[in-house]
Ligand binder design. Structure first.
Ligand code: FAD
Ligand code: MG
Ligand code: MG
Ligand code: MG
Ligand code: MG
Length: 523
């Protein structure tokens, strides 16, 4: 599999080497899916479950629309409005999907087994069990990274799940109710109303913005005695907040926060810790088993197959794609393209191999874009810009020598997770067709390599709500928009992205309720 540019060919060829199976005689292959977040549910939605025996394990029997979690912390939308039961989602599937409410506690890669514990959610006596798999899909997400900072686990709120958001909402109410009690000194009132957010990424900024609106629009009126004592602090170690966004957005956001650069101890009522993500223990343990113990994040290849292990796939936040460098494979690619072994490529051979390279190495497309090269024939020119007759290995290397600088890892976002789930489902749907019909159905006939293109991410842009009915958006094509109208775009996109009409109606009516009556500050 490490052959480089020619990989795509050998890949599909090995698929057809499987024995032809008769679906009526041979039992269906077992697919086990761990997790029902963005990656897991989008996989299940697109998987043709009639082809497999599908079982899903997740400790939460719902899918949560995480982009609206910050809104749940302030009651702008209700928790129940952004969750959809897993059982409702899997009922829509063509085939039967079994769901078990449990947590996977161990993966045994050598024996193709997962061990699960259903004594979760404060329920005991529900027991433990194990499941065998032929294909395992890891979609377990990530956990909050505390960087081993002492006291964080005990004293800070995280904002990862519905339960976290509900706890934060209660805690905000608590801070205000406590701050107005008669027995407190002014100093105590102030520290109870100091809200601290650690981490200037999208989640931290969004929470701070939501809280600011909640205070301005609702709580100031309800707690007039302490309205001037409220303070919200955002702590960030890097230079800029929202530094994964376009710089125009990060500057605009910073204007909304005043800067302060001291090291100090801060008395506070509530801290929300949101400084990035790390690998969950069950995946760490699995990484040891498959020879990835030294890595920080589980690595897959571009087909989302876990490296060092057969028939295990990983999607979403629990993994990262370990992309191949084109320069590592360049000699093998050249040799395969030079069909007559002349030591040089003609322009036709060059164009042919570049078509494959663009499919296999996403960085080459980015490289061409970045250099504003409309197509790769410009790579065919020599260093003086003259057209060549043929290109030798040195010229070939030189033409592509800077392409690898464009490699970047994909962000840990819902967009990536959902696209990976869809991609993997389509691969599994087709894998079975290939076995039944080695020639492939008509649309896959011809160049066999098109059966299994590597995963390719398509970025549709991202939002950053900034409070005060303003938002920033980064849209495809280097387009940035900020302000009130962007907030309306945000409302419409987030409404349209809901997984069901039920949650869509709930979310929109929550927003409407909030516009008319304000937020509900009761416990
Ligand atoms: P998750 O969605 O986290 O799902 C993991 C699943 O695995 C869950 O069902 C969990 O219960 C289950 N699980 C955990 N442990 C186990 C186990 N041991 N065994 C079995 N199952 C297990 N992304 C965007 O693109 N846009 C946004 O606006 C955005 N806003 C966000 C706001 C917040 C507050 C947060 C926290 C995230 C936001 N994200 C956003 C990021 C996005 O939510 C994640 O990238 C996405 O959820 C990743 O999907 P996933 O399926 O990998 O993980
Ligand atoms: Mg998932
Ligand atoms: Mg999720
Ligand atoms: Mg990932
Ligand atoms: Mg030749």
């Amino acid at each position: 599999f490490s052959g480089g540019g020619v990989v795509a060919y050998s890949e599909s060829r090995s698929e057809t080497e499987h024995p032809i199976v008769d679906a009526g005689v041979v039992p269906k292959k077992k697919v086990v899916v761990l997790g029902t977040g963005w990656a897991g549910t989008s996989f299940l939605k697109d998987l043709d479950a009639s082809r497999y025996d599908v079982q899903v394990v997740s400790p939460r029997n719902y899918f949560a629309f995480t982009p609206l979690l910050p809104s749940v912390t302030c009651g702008t939308v209700e928790a129940r409005s952004i969750v959809e039961p897993v059982r409702t989602l899997i009922k829509k599937s063509k085939g039967e999907i079994k769901y078990w409410e449990a947590e996977c506690v161990k993966i045994d890669a050598a024996n193709r087994k997962v061990f699960c514990n259903s004594n979760i959610n404060n329920l005991v006596g529900r027991g433990e069990f194990s499941l065998d798999y032929d294909f395992l899909v890891l979609a377990v997400g990530s956990q909050v990274n505390t960087f081993n900072t002492p006291g964080v686990k005990e004293n800070c709120h995280f904002l990862k799940d519905i339960e976290d958001a509900k706890r934060i909402r209660l805690s905000i109410t608590d801070c205000f109710e406590k701050a107005v009690l008669p027995s407190l000194s002014e100093e105590e009132r102030r520290s109870n109303l100091h809200f601290v957010v650690v981490g200037g990424g999208p989640t931290g900024v969004e929470f701070a913005a939501e809280l600011h609106d909640y205070v301005q629009e609702d709580l100031r009126n309800l707690y007039p005695a302490v309205k001037d004592l409220v303070k919200i602090t955002l702590i960030q170690s890097g230079d800029h907040i929202l530094n994964t966004f376009d710089q125009r957005i990060s500057t605009f956001a910073e204007q909304k926060f005043t800067r302060d650069g001291e090291v100090c101890s801060v008395p506070h009522g509530l801290i929300v810790w949101s400084t990035g993500i790390s690998t969950i223990p069950v995946i760490k343990d699995f990484m040891e088993q498959v020879g990835q113990g030294k890595r920080r994040v589980l690595a897959t290849d571009e087909w989302l197959r876990v490296k060092g292990c057969k028939d295990v796939y990983a999607i979403g936040d629990c993994c990262t794609i370990d992309q191949r460098k084109i320069m590592d494979d360049i000699s093998a690619i050249f040799a395969a393209a030079d069909k007559n072994n002349s030591g040089t490529l003609t322009i036709e051979e060059f164009q042919d191999v570049m078509d494959d390279i663009l499919l296999r190495y996403p960085q080459v497309e980015l490289f061409l874009k970045k250099k504003h090269l409309l197509d790769f024939t410009s790579l065919w020119l020599d260093s003086q810009g003259n057209e060549r007759k043929e290109i030798d290995i040195e010229g070939f290397k030189q033409a592509l020598s800077h392409a690898d600088s464009q490699m970047k890892s994909l962000p840990a976002t819902a967009q990536v997770a959902a696209q990976q789930g869809t991609y993997l489902a389509r691969c599994l749907n087709r894998m079975d067709q290939c076995e039944e019909n080695p020639e492939g159905p008509r649309r896959f006939r011809g160049t066999g390599r098109h059966k299994f293109l590597p995963f390719r991410y398509k970025h549709f842009g991202q939002f950053a709500p900034l409070g005060g009915e303003q938002a920033a958006a980064e849209l495809p094509g280097d387009w940035v928009s900020m302000g009130h109208s962007t907030q309306w775009l945000w409302y419409s996109v987030y409404a349209s992205k809901q997984v069901s009409w039920r949650t869509r109606v709930l979310v929109i009516s929550d927003w409407t309720r909030r516009f008319i009556f304000g937020r509900d500050s009761s416990r």
